[in-house]
Structures are given as structure tokens and as C-alpha cells.
Design a protein around this ligand. Structure first.
Ligand SMILES: NC(=O)c1ccc[n+]([C@@H]2O[C@H](COP(=O)([O-])OP(=O)(O)OC[C@H]3O[C@@H](n4cnc5c(N)ncnc54)[C@H](OP(=O)(O)O)[C@@H]3O)[C@@H](O)[C@H]2O)c1
Length: 365
């Protein structure tokens, strides 16, 4: 099969190579890729790699089950699924076939296209782990409105927008978010009670004005850049004397110190496979693995019922060959309120295609 690999040194580049179709292990699923989603981590993880360490960096897939491992009981060949590949491992989603854990695979309902489905797995689970496993917010299954204020920084990002939709499903109130050129999209979600425009340059005072006398103690930073965590700290301290911030990345400024009254935690979506690492304890990883199993299947239900929507997406020009352009666009911060997706579906012919059969307008040009 063909696999598409990328590297970042001396400049971002890509090539295709011929490899064997991978085999699934006992608890794994072999998926025929119909669409692969890009994530900011794709450019970050290959930044220091040269061609000798080129990587199939794709982790998001929507496709058709081709084969299952000996212990997989939920899926069978022909099933329509989306899945989160194990980051950093071989057999990624930038290829004709990928191997994914069955625990991070979920049924893709018929009302969700391959391309829309490919934008869900990694960023959806990041948002869910942050809200429920780190900030301990009530699940959508808990009845009744909760007067729990939450700040979701970066409401137009994929992770932030998924967090907004989940916060709404959890019936939190108020839900405050910060966005810029993606504000119209954020409004269309009808999830945030207050949307702050960071381009006006008054994030701290605008969030505090939106809060009024309401005390904010919980925040999710889905950006971790451009001083986002500093704004959040200021607001938590001014509003409640402190609070809890959960972050998707370390502070962009390594010298930054949170005030003592602000607790900082970090979400690592890799804990969805239940594997501990330097920053995630064995206990947390085990709990996150169980949570991810349950929540991916809940996502299938929400999608099928029309209660949750995939992030808007742009299909890259050229099938898998378009990925390097998308990776560079993400690196350069040119993507607003969109997932970028490589499609292996040739819509006009109703069949799958691979590399250069697509001709789309470059979406970020
Ligand atoms: N720890 C983990 O496991 C994990 C998992 C997933 C993602 N991440 C990280 O989380 C971050 C977001 O990922 P993503 O996939 O959601 O990215 P994304 O969708 O590509 O984010 C792009 C969005 O970021 C928003 N943004 C940029 N600067 C902003 C600012 N100063 N204030 C508010 N919003 C701003 C933009 O909003 P506007 O269009 O409104 O300007 C844009 O729409 C990335 O750094 C990624 O690496 C970490």
C-alpha cells in the first residue's frame, strides 16, 4: 500500500512510499482509510526530523473496517468507523490503510461524511478529557442546569469548539469563550453565553465584564499561546482569588509561573489509550482509558441524534498529496475554525482514490 510521510528539517517536505498493508494486533482494527484528519501536532512532531526519520504523522481517520484482531468483538469488516490512531506509532492514518486500537474506534453514523468524521477523534477526546477528567465538570448525563461558570479559551479552535459543545450539553452556565476571526462560527454553535473578541485587546476586562458578579474558578485553555494562560490567570485571580486552569500545551513562555492560587493541570490526549507517561500517572491513564472507551461510543450516539456537530472542514487538494500544504498552513497559523482533511474518496466517481486525483481550490489561499 502507499503511505505518506513527512519531515520538518531542513524544510517541511513529504514523500510517498510503498509499504506492506499492516496487520492488526489482538485488540486492534485495520481500517481502510477514506479520509484522514490533520492536527497541529503533525507539524510539531516532525519539526526536528529529517528525511531519514520521516513519519506517517496522521492520527485521525474515518474509514471502513478491513480486518479485526482476535480479541475485537465490536467491529467486523465493512463497518463504517472513525478512530484515533496511537500517536507516535507506525501505521498512521496518512496511508491507504491504518491500524488503530479498538478502544479508540467508534461507529461513524451514516449522517456524518467521511471527511467530517475524520476531524473528530483526537480533538474531540482532548476536549472531553479536559472538561470531565481534569476539570471534573458534570457529565451531560447529569440532569438539570448547573450554575457552574466556565471559560473556554479558543472557541474557534477544533478542541475549543468541541469543548463548547460539550459544555452546552452539560448545561453549564455561563459559558464564556474567546475567539477572533472564527467568531461567526462560534456564534453559530449557539453554545457560549458570552464571546470575547481577542482582537480588541481587552480580554481580561471583557471577560470580567461578562462575568459581572459571577465567580469564575474553572478554565480550559485550548490555545496556550499569545498569552492565553496569562489572561486566564488574571481573570481567575480577579474573579475568585484563584482557580483551576487545564491546558492543552505547556505555557508558550517557559519562564511563566502561575500564581500560587491557580492550580494548573494538563490534558494529554494520548491518555485515551490508557498509557501512562512522564506527565500522566498510571492511575490517571487507566481512568482516562476507561473514560475514552465510553465517551467515543457516546459520541457516536450524539452524532447520530444530531446533538453534536463535527468541526467545519476543508478538503485538501490532491488527496494525501495535499497533506504537506495543510501541515504548513497549520504551522503558519493560517487555519481559522476549520479542520483540514485529506480525502481518499472520489465523490464524482463514487470510488476511493489515492494521491493526485483530487483537484480542489487550496482552502487557505
Ligand atoms: N495536549 C494534547 O493532547 C492536545 C491535543 C489536541 C490539541 N492540542 C493542542 O491544542 C491546540 C489547539 O489545537 P486545535 O486542533 O484545536 O487547533 P486549531 O483548530 O488548528 O486552532 C486554530 C484556532 O486557534 C484559534 N486561536 C489562535 N490564536 C488564538 C488566540 N490568541 N485566542 C483565541 N483563539 C486563538 C483561532 O481562532 P480564530 O480563528 O478565532 O482566530 C483558530 O481558529 C494546539 O496547540 C494543539 O497542538 C493538544
Amino acid at each position: 500500500m502507499k503511505e505518506y510521510v513527512i519531515w520538518g528539517k531542513p524544510e517541511y517536505s513529504a514523500k510517498t512510499r510503498q509499504v506492506d498493508i499492516p496487520k492488526p494486533g489482538p485488540k486492534e482494527v485495520l481500517v481502510r482509510v477514506m479520509a484522514a484528519g490533520l492536527n497541529p501536532k503533525d507539524w510539531k512532531w516532525v519539526k526536528a526530523r529529517d528525511e531519514s526519520c520521516a513519519m506517517n504523522a496522521g492520527d485521525d481517520v474515518a474509514g471502513i473496517v478491513e480486518a479485526v484482531g482476535s480479541e475485537v468483538f465490536e467491529y467486523k469488516p465493512g463497518d463504517r468507523v472513525a478512530a484515533f490512531h496511537r500517536m507516535g506509532e507506525e501505521r498512521g492514518t496518512y496511508a491507504e490503510f491504518t491500524v488503530v486500537p479498538s478502544s479508540t474506534t467508534f461507529p461513524l453514523p451514516p449522517n456524518i461524511s467521511w471527511e467530517a468524521g475524520a476531524g473528530l477523534p483526537l480533538s474531540f477526546m482532548t476536549a472531553a478529557l479536559a472538561l470531565y477528567q481534569h476539570l471534573d465538570l458534570p457529565l451531560p448525563t447529569v440532569p438539570g442546569q448547573k450554575d457552574i461558570p466556565v471559560l473556554i479559551y479558543g472557541g474557534a479552535s477544533a478542541v475549543g469548539a468541541y469543548a463548547l459543545q460539550l459544555a452546552k450539553l452539560s448545561k453549564l452556565n455561563p459559558i464564556i469563550t474567546v475567539a477572533g476571526s472564527g467568531i461567526d462560527f462560534v456564534k453559530s454553535l449557539n453554545a457560549a453565553t458570552h464571546i470575547i473578541d481577542y482582537r480588541k485587546g481587552n480580554v481580561d476586562s471583557d471577560v470580567l465584564a461578562a462575568l459581572g458578579s459571577t465567580k469564575l474558578a474553572l478554565a480550559f485553555d485550548a490555545i496556550c499561546d499569545h498569552g492565553s494562560y496569562e489572561h486566564i490567570s488574571n481573570v481567575l485571580v480577579a474573579s475568585s482569588g484563584g482557580g483551576h486552569i487545564d491546558m492543552v500545551d505547556p505555557p508558550e513562555d517557559p519562564s511563566w509561573k502561575f500564581p500560587d492560587s491557580v492550580k494548573m493541570t494538563r490534558t494529554f490526549v494520548s491518555s485515551a489509550y490508557g498509557v501512562p507517561h512522564k506527565f500522566i500517572t498510571e492511575e490517571q491513564a487507566a481512568a482516562d482509558g476507561e473514560f475514552a472507551y465510553m465517551f467515543y461510543r457516546y459520541l457516536s450516539h450524539l452524532l447520530a441524534e444530531g446533538k453534536f456537530q463535527p468541526h467545519p472542514h476543508d478538503v485538501l487538494p490532491g488527496g494525501l498529496d495535499g497533506i504537506i500544504g495543510g501541515v504548513k498552513a497549520l504551522r503558519d497559523g493560517k487555519v481559522s475554525a476549520k479542520k483540514l482533511v485529506a480525502s481518499l474518496v472520489d465523490c464524482s466517481l463514487g470510488r476511493r482514490c489515492t494521491f493526485s486525483e483530487h483537484f480542489f481550490v487550496t482552502p487557505w489561499a
